[in-house]
Each structure stands twice: as structure tokens, then as C-alpha cells.
Design a protein around this ligand. Structure first.
Ligand code: KE4
Length: 427
């Protein structure tokens, strides 16, 4: 496969951008080789600078549940563009998107738009601390909540992939109040609450983890988080930046029937433009400036282009209800990938929920960061490049989620299974 123009552009980018990328998650560090530069996206496809077509299973790391350049989304952005890009003053579009989010996610009574998932989680933690007057927070190893200092501890996604789950540059003071536990370990969570309960402002977690690869909560774990937070007056924050509007229109909390106190969102609610959001109970959100004393602000928060993109995306999801079809396509794909791996004796597990899945090169069910770390990342790297050569673009890390979009056809699923069968047989 000719990738000359990508290689040229990567050498150019290295001269002016750290690592040649604006996010390390896309640096191909864990799989070796150089990142592929994209010319455009179309439906289920990415097309690179050399004209190579790829079936896209990252969808910009989650936003493109409808596929690239969905007509309704592009039309909405075009219309907004005709009126300007940003005003630094409120528009009705912000209320429209907020109302769509609140109607879809009953636990959210008030919501604030920001510009990224990181801003959303950073702000939610500050609000939880301001609301409770407490400092300590609990997160789980391998969960990734963006690159906010207090949560960049044993983080997943690119931090885990590149072996820096706890980054230099974060002063000890920023993480002194961050307690890191193992996901799916309710006993240790209960013991921690027994020891510190009245000092814990918030528990934050990905209700279905995407950033260790897909890790599914075991029976009772989310319920235990909910019960302990209720008992101790701790704010339960579901970080649904990835799972929100992905696993169901109401997110993982709809799927699992657990009601958090706050929710963070991103990705899909921007439809590919920069949007994050945090929201929750009205009494908690009442502390947010200017209605309350907890300060949070943003020049481009709620900007009309991103709002229009998000409104079109959520409206299309509400009207087309693609979730059952997405789950069926994903189930078929995962079954085919698993059969292909088994056929050549490759130990694997392939957890999947809705349209999120991960093929773990790991004989054991991945339940937490420790078991995720036992995966064969070298074998994954060879699988990744084999699939690239066959026109299938997967997340460039064993510790990421793959995403099926509404644009992927049954034929695409068959093509992907056939490609995997060929690649896995060579490993
Ligand atoms: P952003 O700041 O990247 O918009 O969102 C941070 C974030 C927060 N919470 C969850 C559950 C997330 O998955 C993310 C970001 N996800 C990664 C992919 N696993 C973004 C990819 C990247 O960093 O380039």
C-alpha cells in the first residue's frame, strides 16, 4: 500500500508539532510505524492522502456514530456558518442542544456546554468538590477522563498505551486527594468508603470502560458505586464522554438502569466538532457560576457551529433510533472476529456492548487494568498493520474501543471479518 504522502507529511509535522500529532492517542506509538494522514472522511470510510480507502472503526474516537459527513450534520453546519462562527454571546442553539440532552438523559436536570471531554470532567470534579465541600475523589485505574491533572493518575487510553499512566508534570499536590482503585472491585471500594467516606467528594468512572479497551462492569459493581455514594453523600459522576448517545440514546445509565448524580458528555454531542458537557441534579448544578460560586468558563463554549452539529446528530439519532441495528452489526462482527481467531488458535476475548468492542489478545476476560495489561500488545500491533494493509482502520492501541457506525453496511462487516481471517492466519 502506497503511503508516501502520509510519510512526507509526517516528516513535515515533526518539525513543528510535538511527535507530529496534536494528540498522542493517534501517534501509532504502540503499534510502531507512522501515523496515516487523512484527506477526507465519507460515510464509513477514511481516505488518506495517498487515496487509500479504509473502513473506519475509530470514527474520530467515537463522535461519528452516524458516519462521516452525514448530510443532516453537514447541512446544519453549513446553515450555521452562513450566520457566523462565534459571538461570545448566547444563542438559542445552546438551549436547543441542552434541551435535547436533558430530554435524553433524565438524570441531567441542568447542563453546561464546554469544548472537550477533559473540560467536562475537570469541571464536574470541581463542582462536586464545591457542592460537597470535600476534597477527595475516587477514580479507577485504566479509566481515562481526559488529561486533567487530578485524574491523570493510572489513566487509560493514550496514557496507558504509551506507558505513562501517571504523567510527569503533575505536582503531587494535584493528585494527593485522588484515590485510585481497581475497576470491578466493589469490596475495596466499600473498604475505602468505610475509611474515608465523609471526605470523598466524588466517584468518577466510565460506566462501560472504553479506555482500557472495552471493559464491562460486572454484576453489582455499578449498583455498589451508587449505594455507597448515596450512603456517604458523595457525588457519583458517570463519565459518558464515550458511552453517551453511543450505547443507547440515554447512554450507559439507560442501559444499566443506574442514575448518577452528574454525567459528563462529549464526542457524539458535537457530531465531530469540539463539544463537551457536564450536567446533573439541579441542586448540584446550582453551584456553577454565575448561578453559584464555583467558577467555570470558556470562550467558545456553546459555539453555534458545534451546537448545530450536535443538534443535527442527536436529532438524527432520536429519529432513526439506530441502536438495535448497531448492536446487531457489532454482534455479527465480533462473532466473526472471534471465530477467525479461534480458527488459528489465537487466545482472545472480545467484549462488546452496543456498537463498542475490543478484540483483546488475552486468554482471560479483561475485568480491570491489571488483566488488561496482560494482553499481547505485540500481537495486536501485527494484527493492526495487517488490517491496515487490507483497508481496515482500527484504533492504534490494544487499550482502545472500536466503534461501529450507522454507515457500516452488512457487506462492510463481512469484508472486515474476511480481512481479519486473512490477517490472523498470518500471525
Ligand atoms: P477529550 O478531552 O479528548 O475530548 O475527552 C477526554 C475523555 C474523557 N472521558 C472519556 C471516557 C474519554 O474517552 C475521553 C477521550 N477519549 C480518547 C479516546 N479513548 C480521546 C482520544 C485522544 O485522546 O486523542
Amino acid at each position: 500500500m502506497n503511503r508516501e504522502r502520509s510519510q512526507q507529511q509526517f516528516q513535515r509535522a515533526l518539525k513543528s508539532i510535538p511527535g507530529g500529532v496534536n494528540s498522542p492517542a493517534r501517534a501509532f506509538g504502540a503499534v510502531g510505524g507512522e501515523p496515516i494522514f487523512i484527506q477526507r472522511g465519507e460515510g464509513q470510510f477514511l481516505i488518506d492522502l495517498d487515496g487509500n480507502y479504509f473502513l473506519d472503526f475509530i470514527g474520530s474516537w467515537g463522535p461519528h456514530i452516524l458516519g462521516h459527513r452525514h448530510p443532516a450534520v453537514i447541512s446544519a453546519i453549513d446553515s450555521a456558518l452562513a450566520r457566523g462562527t462565534s459571538f461570545g454571546a448566547p444563542t438559542e442553539l445552546e438551549s436547543e442542544l441542552a434541551e435535547l440532552v436533558i430530554a435524553a438523559v433524565p438524570s441531567i436536570e441542568k447542563v453546561r456546554m464546554v469544548n472537550s471531554g477533559t473540560e467536562a470532567t475537570m469541571s464536574a470534579i470541581r463542582v462536586a468538590r464545591g457542592f460537597t465541600g470535600r476534597d477527595k475523589i475516587i477514580k479507577f485505574a485504566g479509566c481515562y477522563h481526559g488529561h486533567v491533572d487530578s485524574l491523570l493518575v493510572k489513566a487509560g487510553s493514550g496514557a496507558l498505551t504509551l506507558g505513562v499512566p501517571s504523567s510527569p508534570g503533575v505536582p503531587a499536590g494535584c493528585t494527593a486527594d485522588t484515590i485510585v482503585l481497581e475497576f470491578n472491585d466493589p469490596q475495596t471500594l466499600a473498604d475505602t468508603f468505610a475509611a474515608h467516606g465523609d471526605k470523598i467528594a466524588a466517584v468518577i468512572l466510565e460506566p462501560v470502560v472504553g479506555n482500557m479497551g472495552v471493559v464491562i462492569p460486572q454484576a453489582g459493581f455499578l449498583e455498589t458505586c451508587r449505594e455507597l455514594c448515596t450512603k456517604h453523600g458523595t457525588v457519583l459522576i458517570f463519565d459518558e464522554v464515550m458511552t453517551g448517545f453511543r450505547l443507547a440514546f440515554g447512554g450507559a445509565q439507560e442501559l444499566f438502569g443506574i442514575t448518577p448524580d452528574m454525567t459528563t458528555l462529549g464526542k457524539i454531542i458535537g457530531g465531530g466538532l469540539p463539544v463537551g458537557a457536564y450536567g446533573g441534579r439541579a441542586d448540584i448544578m446550582a453551584v456553577v457560576s454565575p448561578s453559584g460560586p464555583v467558577y467555570q468558563a470558556g470562550t467558545l463554549s456553546g459555539n453555534p457551529l458545534a451546537m448545530s452539529s450536535g443538534i443535527a446528530t442527536l436529532t438524527t439519532l432520536r429519529e432513526t433510533k439506530p441502536y438495535a441495528t448497531l448492536a446487531a452489526k457489532t454482534e455479527k462482527l465480533c462473532r466473526g472476529l472471534s471465530e477467525a481467531a479461534s480458527a488459528v488458535g489465537i487466545s482472545h476475548t472480545i467484549p462488546h456492548v452496543g456498537s463498542m468492542f475490543t478484540l483483546f489478545f488475552n486468554p482471560n476476560v479483561v475485568t480491570d487494568n491489571t488483566t488488561a495489561g496482560q494482553s499481547d500488545t505485540k500481537l495486536f500491533a501485527r494484527y493492526f498493520w495487517g488490517m491496515i494493509e487490507r483497508g481496515v482502520y482500527l484504533p492504534c492501541s490494544q487499550f482502545e474501543a472500536n466503534f461501529v457506525s450507522a454507515a457500516h453496511t452488512d457487506g462492510d462487516i463481512e469484508t472486515t471479518i474476511a480481512a481479519a481471517r486473512a490477517v490472523l492466519a498470518t500471525l
